[in-house]
Design a binder for this molecule. Structure first.
Ligand SMILES: [Zn+2]
Length: 279
């Protein structure tokens, strides 16, 4: 989606997710984290491979990246498949140039958190449509990578936590809903039958699907030890962030990680990434 300097950003920028409230200072000048109750830990003992499915380059870095850094540090195999090249994402930059730049920035970002497999599909940025074409390509990705945990970004109308958050974009809603359906499609040999003909056998090994940024979070992943890596990963989207705001890229990256993990504005607190879990 389009990044407009000084304007609303996509994906969930600090401004758009402001309702969630980043850290705030208490009366003593110290930093407190948002008032969110602890949730049960996301189970990962039975997870060897993780597949992150998202709409755009940089979507994984808006919240999920810290959890990915933890999982790869634990030896789990984490891969990304993005539905678009994010070619409509930078104001003033032609989509033909933007798609290549954004792919490079995403690749660099992946390297920081230990993700070695990145695929960018060719669905059109900004006008993703919920339907069988997108479901098919996502189901194909699930069959190719055979994950035990699928991770995606918020498919609901607003951003979490809780009700009343900022409106989510059409691409994210379409992508997230298709992911939830595609996990089932991936296990059914008689849905998207051309996949079977192409040698992609059904995969029923997805144990759960975890949705980051949902207003209905059910589980969390403690990422306190991985906040710096998450900042470094988001920072690799340099050109995108430069177009988004006049604030220094480092500042933007730290603010996003603070907001999405609740670790406090100086990132000195405990951080957790929250997910709504299905399956
Ligand atoms: Zn996005």
């Amino acid at each position: 989606m389009l990044a407009r300097p000084g304007g609303p950003a996509d994906p969930p920028s600090v401004a758009r997710r402001g309702r969630a409230g980043p850290a705030r200072r208490d009366d003593d000048g110290g930093v407190t984290t948002p008032e969110q109750p602890d949730l049960p830990d996301l189970p990962t003992d039975d997870v060897e491979r993780v597949l992150v499915l998202a709409a755009h380059p940089d979507d994984p870095e808006y919240g999920v990246g810290a959890a990915v850094a933890r999982w790869t540090s634990e030896g789990r195999d984490v891969r990304y498949v993005l539905a678009t090249h994010g070619e409509a994402g930078i104001a003033g930059l032609d989509p033909a140039e933007s798609r290549e730049l954004r792919a490079r920035e995403q690749q660099a970002s992946c390297a920081v958190v230990g993700v070695t497999s990145l695929e960018l599909l060719d669905h059109p940025d900004g006008v993703l449509v919920e339907g069988p074409a997108l479901r098919r390509d996502l189901a194909a990705a699930v069959r190719r990578h055979r994950p035990h945990l699928v991770v995606t970004l918020n498919h609901r109308e607003t951003w979490g936590p809780g009700p009343g958050g900022a409106w989510n974009t059409a691409d994210h809603r379409a992508l997230g809903r298709c992911v939830l359906d595609a996990v089932a499609d991936a296990g059914n040999a008689w849905v998207h039958r051309d996949l079977l003909a192409a040698g992609l056998e059904p995969w029923q090994g997805v144990r759960r699907t975890a949705v980051a940024g949902s207003p209905a979070a059910t589980h969390q992943v403690d990422v306190t030890a991985h906040l710096g890596t998450a900042v470094a990963s988001l920072r690799e989207h340099r050109r995108y962030l430069e177009a988004l705001s006049d604030r220094p890229v480092e500042e933007q990256a730290r603010a996003v990680v603070a907001l999405t993990t609740g670790a406090g504005e100086d990132l000195s607190g405990r951080g957790a990434v929250r997910f709504e879990v299905f399956g």
